[in-house]
Structure formats: structure tokens, C-alpha cells
Design a protein around this ligand. Sequence first.
Ligand SMILES: Cc1cc2nc3c(=O)[nH]c(=O)nc-3n(C[C@H](O)[C@H](O)[C@H](O)COP(=O)(O)O)c2cc1C
Length: 160
Amino acid sequence: MDERLSEGFKQAMRRVASTVNVITICVDGQPMGITATAMSSLAMDPPSLLVCINRAAAMHGSFKDVTHFGVNVLHHDQAHFAQMFADRQKADLRFADGWHLDCERPPRLLDAQASILCRRIDHHQFGTHSIFIGIVEDVVVRPDIDPLVYLDGKYGSWAD
Ligand SMILES: Cc1cc2nc3c(=O)[nH]c(=O)nc-3n(C[C@H](O)[C@H](O)[C@H](O)COP(=O)(O)O)c2cc1C
């Protein structure tokens, strides 16, 4: 690996602002989730998006088996969810509070900036990650727009 190039790429990515999402699935009654900035809309026809999940993440092995996944775009006041879903030591606490959980659908975070239900239709493996593509089937949005933003390794707000 070219160290200079990988450090340059990291530095470039520190300058890219992203919204922060918790991607969720439910498998055999077991909710699972991960903090992910690697989410992008894909097309409007059909409405679709993609997420990139590290193959080392706990949920990765189950992702190929589910019919649906959820994208919960975090609001600025939900940074604690970003921290919890990026910390394996907090795995037991992740769904303790604040979720609509019935496992008929993937877990939906109450008061998220937006919650997008997707039918998983395809995936591609690339390097350390898999790219999962979903067709959008349902959307819930919170009216005020102030998403949690990740930039230069820090959480912030568009309004800051
Ligand atoms: C701000 C932020 C963004 C992240 N984005 C991604 C991502 O897009 N995809 C990914 O696989 N992991 C991402 N991670 C890392 C995972 O959230 C983290 O490794 C998590 O602990 C993995 O889930 P697990 O503990 O259940 O295995 C991100 C972490 C942070 C803090």
C-alpha cells in the first residue's frame, strides 16, 4: 500500500462533510445496527440508495440474508446514537431506548431526521467493504432540518 497516497486520501476525506446514519436490520428477532456515513442516494427512478458496510462489522454476515434494511439519518441532537453504534462495547445498549422495534420491519429510530425503509435488492463486494443497494419503500421525516454532520473527525451541525 502506498502510505503517502493513503494518508492523502484520509486527509481528503476529513474535508468531506457527511450526514451520519444508523443502518439497521432485524434477524430472527434480533435488532442490529451500525453507524455509517457511507450512504448515498442512487436514483430517483426507482427511488434507491446504497450503503457501504465493512465486512468486519457484526451485522455484515446477516445483511445478505435480510429482505429489508433501514437508514436512520441522525438529527443533530442524536450524536449519542452515532457514538453507541460505532462502539462494540456498547452493543447491548444500542436498542434500549428510542426505537420503534417490532422486527416486522428494520428498527426505526424515533425522531430521526429521516428514516428510510429499503428493500435490499443487490450487493457487491469491494475490498474491505460490501455495497448494499436498496429500493426505497417507505419514508418518515422529521420536519425541522438540522442533521448531525461529521467533518474532520468531529460531530457538528449545519447550523453551527
Ligand atoms: C462517524 C463514523 C462513520 C462510520 N461510517 C462507517 C461506514 O460507512 N461503514 C462502516 O462499515 N463502518 C462505519 N463506521 C464504523 C462502524 O460504525 C464501527 O466499526 C462499528 O462499531 C461496527 O459495528 P459493530 O460494532 O456492531 O461491529 C463509522 C464510524 C463512525 C464513528
